[in-house]
Structure formats: C-alpha cells, structure tokens
Ligand binder design. Sequence first.
Ligand SMILES: Cc1cc2nc3c(=O)[nH]c(=O)nc-3n(C[C@H](O)[C@H](O)[C@H](O)COP(=O)(O)O)c2cc1C
Length: 188
Amino acid sequence: MNKKKIIVAITGASGSIYAKLLLDNLLKLSDQIEKVGVVMSDNAKEVWRFELGNEEYDNYPFTFYPKMDFNAPFASGSAKFDTMIIIPCSMGTLGRIAHGISNDLISRAADVVLKERRKLIAVVRDTPFSLIHINNMKTVTEAGGIICPASPSFYSLPKSIEEVAQTVVSRVIDLAGLNMDSYRWNEE
Ligand SMILES: Cc1cc2nc3c(=O)[nH]c(=O)nc-3n(C[C@H](O)[C@H](O)[C@H](O)COP(=O)(O)O)c2cc1C
C-alpha cells in the first residue's frame, strides 16, 4: 500500500475536538502515512484554546506550517500530497476556497488539491446554513471536493463527548482511505 501524504488544515469554526481527535488518530496510523503537514489559522488556535483549554496542538510530532507560508511544499502541486482534510472548516475558509481566493496557505493548498484532482475533505461546521454557505458547498463539491459535515451520529450509542466527536472523525478517516477499526453498523 502506498503511504499517504496528508495535509491537515484547522480553521476557526467551533469543534477543535474534531481536529484534536483526527491528529490523535493519525498518530496511531503512522504505518499508513508518509507525512502529515499541519496548518492552523489564527482563529483555529484561539478556538482550540477556548474550547479545549490548552495549546496542545504544539505537542504533535507533525510538521506545522505558518498560515502565510507559501514555501510549504503543499502550496504547489509538485509536492504530491494525496489528501487535504480541513477540520473543522469555517464558512469563511469554505467561501475562500469556493471562489479561488488563495490568500493564505489553507486556501492555496485547497486550490492546489482541487486543480490537481486530488482529495479534499472539508468538515464544515456552522448551523444553520445560509444560501451562501450552501452554494459554496455545492461549488466545492462540483470542483471535486467532499463536504463532510461535522454532524455526529448516535447509532453507535456514544457515551462521552469524545465518542460523539469520534463518529465524525471515523468517517473522515474512511474518506481519506485510511484503515482503522471503528464502529460499523450491523457488523459483528
Ligand atoms: C468560539 C468561536 C466559535 C466559532 N465558530 C464558528 C463556526 O462554527 N463556524 C464558522 O464558520 N465560524 C465560526 N467562528 C468564526 C470564525 O472563527 C471566523 O469567521 C474566522 O474569520 C474564520 O477564519 P478562518 O477560517 O481563517 O479560521 C467562530 C469563532 C469563535 C471565536
């Protein structure tokens, strides 16, 4: 199996727990992964501090890139990253991607992933959605991206906030083509 090169972008939507769980899961899947590059927006750091009460994003052994670093490898298609996961994805970032406004590393990397016809997974978070949000989701979908809403499921009977949030992250892991044990409906 080819090991994957993955970009994780964390933006300032509510739901830092999704980003934390994804990074935790990727650590456990290191045998399937060649490289993880992470980029956070300023608001992503602020929301993480507010919602999780720490700055533990600094502790992960992945390569972190400043949000305006256009020298990051995945700012160019030549670096051949397979998959980009934006988790959580704010409506602002979604809108910039939908309209090709590549004015930071997150929107540029998404632009590259779409133009190279690679996999973009946007874990969008807001509620309710305006028509602008819905149209932007449609545009990104038509361009080949996958909109994976941060909508947890409950049929696995989760017992904690982490287990609820993991229902979303498990779907993201599946979409990224990584293999991980997780709850499967009606499987033994
Ligand atoms: C605590 C907090 C929660 C937020 N939740 C959301 C959200 O769920 N969805 C969203 O689109 N924006 C949310 N925002 C607003 C975004 O952080 C803001 O629009 C920001 O400009 C997004 O920029 P970014 O995509 O570069 O992080 C939230 C802001 C704060 C401070």
